[in-house]
Design a binder for this molecule. Structure first.
Ligand SMILES: Nc1ncnc2c1ncn2[C@@H]1O[C@H](COP(=O)(O)OP(=O)(O)OP(=O)(O)O)[C@@H](O)[C@H]1O
Ligand SMILES: [Mg+2]
Length: 516
């Protein structure tokens, strides 16, 4: 299918010439005159256009509304800036254009630019790196340039800004993509363990080394390694790494034969390695070896224009994962998220969206669903509670992620518990003991059916679910679900409880067995 491009007709003469050139270049084009036309084309059709060219009127509010909509739907925009505008780059950045050209433009140049923008969009889809800000676009250009070569790359940026995503992107676009990508966290292990993790060890190299073990460098042979938190690497390991970078060879711990590998090295850090060099904690020769190519990921608070797109994408993604019907987010809530500080950057935003998609009661994120600390834009202090051999150290992003997930799961369970208690609370007052007819065996966790009316002595309509010859396991399951729904008068939450399964599992099974 040809790529679709919309051209606004604010500058009709340019629009017509560009349209002709794009058609020659086998694009599927449409000229649009009003914001409504564009809106319909962006939102109405599936899928949205691949790019929009704004031929003029960039400073008008309609163009700005159009750009905001394009941003949210991840559609690339190319703006044609007037020659009388004195600083096109500043205008482009301020308006949030993906790219801009100064008028009068050569239609062939416009075609080439549009083609490049669309290719970059594909790159974003492949790498999962979202963002229309100039900073992210710059990162994508670098990934494209760095992927084909084997030079070492140093990726810097605060925790959760997407450093691992960039390293994976470089690997996935490189000729090494069929081989391993291995990430090692240099801060998570004490010195001796880190060396054996990276370079492997021979049998008997140290107490407990019962077998020869291959290190990460050997396992990544032919592929790419990511040395995460490189700034925390102990001095002795730095020496060994320098040797690997110089001649791609090393010794296993306790080994005497040099091992030769072909590994592309990428390294990431959320602290300034340059500073560590100045303080004498990081070898300068190693720093220069690592920093042949470099990528810097600015914190999310410095590229707030990317937040709406990230939010919408994550909401859709998690609604799908958790099988939630979700309408989206209110404008007020979005404004709060755009203004927040995000010390944990994209990871923090993503985790928060996941928890809100799971927990927001109205199927929509509202301002009141956003935790107070985010609403108040308070910055959280770095957590320093983990210790390695008695030395305090900062908790890593992955550890924070793990802690966060555990907390979200606990929160979800608590919510479910609260719902159950709320639902059952009045019954507790009304339940009247009627003897053993419905008693469960000792230790059974099956919950009592709703209210028990002492006057209601009619037996259960169909009796207990029993296996009959010819029934499959699915038939038995289906019959059990039918019975539970009858028993609970169609209350799905209670039916799930009675069956001892989660409500979501019940919904899945209802769908599977087409029970309405
Ligand atoms: N630009 C982005 N678009 C989409 N998702 C992103 C982006 N940046 C980060 N993420 C997501 O945020 C999370 C954190 O990203 P990643 O692990 O790459 O960060 P990091 O910089 O390596 O963090 P740390 O320093 O804590 O290791 C991941 O789930 C990643 O997919
Ligand atoms: Mg990381």
């Amino acid at each position: 299918m040809p790529d679709r491009v919309l051209i606004t007709t604010d500058d009709l003469e340019q629009a017509v010439r560009i349209n002709a050139a794009l058609e020659q270049g086998r694009f599927d084009t449409a000229m649009v005159s009003s914001l409504d036309d564009v809106r319909q084309a962006v939102r109405g059709r599936q899928p949205p256009p691949d790019a929009i060219i704004l031929t003029g009127g960039l400073h008008e509010s309609t163009a700005q509304r159009l750009l905001a909509a394009a941003h949210e739907h991840a559609v690339s925009t190319l703006g044609l800036v007037e020659a009388t505008d004195d600083d096109p780059a500043r205008i482009g950045t301020e308006l949030g254009l993906t790219a801009w050209l100064v008028k009068p433009t050569d239609p062939l140049e416009v075609t080439a630019t549009v083609r490049r923008l669309i290719e970059r969009r594909r790159l974003q889809q492949r790498t999962g790196i979202l963002g229309e800000s100039a900073a992210i676009q710059e990162v994508l250009v670098k990934i494209e340039q760095m992927a084909p070569v084997t030079s070492t790359v140093l990726i810097e940026g605060e925790s959760g800004t997407g450093k691992e995503l960039v390293a994976r992107g470089i690997h996935d676009l490189s000729p090494r993509r069929g081989k391993a990508f291995i990430a090692v966290n240099c801060a998570a292990l004490p010195e001796t363990l880190l060396e054996s993790e990276l370079f492997g060890h021979e049998k008997g190299a140290f107490t407990g080394a019962a077998e020869r073990r291959l290190g990460r460098f050997e396992l990544a042979n032919g592929g790419t390694i990511l040395l995460d938190e490189i700034g925390e690497m102990p001095a002795s390991t730095q020496v060994k790494l320098l040797r690997v970078l110089e001649d791609r060879s090393f010794f296993r711990v306790g080994g005497t034969q040099p091992i030769q590998v072909d590994v592309r090295v990428t390294a990431a850090t959320n602290k300034s390695v340059k500073e560590a060099v100045a303080l004498g904690r990081f070898r300068d020769d190693l720093y220069y070896r690592l920093n042949v190519l470099s990528v810097y990921l600015p914190p999310l608070r410095e590229r707030r224009s990317d937040i709406p797109l990230l939010v919408r994408t994550f909401v859709a993604e998690f609604a799908k994962t958790h099988a939630r019907t979700f309408r989206g987010i209110t404008p007020e809530a979005m404004q709060i998220l755009v203004a927040a500080d995000w010390p944990g950057n994209v990871r923090q935003l993503k985790n928060l969206i996941e928890s809100m998609v799971v927990l927001a009661p109205e199927g929509e994120i509202r301002a009141s669903d956003i935790p107070r600390d985010i609403r108040e834009r308070t910055r959280t202090m770095p957590v320093r509670i983990a210790e390695v051999q008695g030395v305090p150290r900062e908790i890593t992003g992955q550890e924070l992620e793990f802690i966060f997930r555990t907390l979200v799961e606990m929160k979800v369970q608590l919510e479910e518990l609260r719902h159950r208690i709320e639902e059952r609370a009045p019954e507790r007052v009304e339940v009247i003991e009627v003897g053993g007819s419905r008693e469960q065996g000792a230790g059974s966790r099956r919950l009592e059916p709703a209210t028990v009316d002492p006057l209601d002595s009619t037996p259960e309509p169909d009796g207990p679910v029993v296996y009959k010859a010819g029934m499959t396991m699915s038939d038995v399951e289906r019959a059990a679900i039918d019975a539970a729904l009858r028993e609970t008068r169609g209350n799905r939450r209670k039916a799930a409880e009675v069956l001892g399964i989660g409500e979501r599992t019940l919904y899945r099974k209802l769908k599977e067995y087409a029970i309405s």
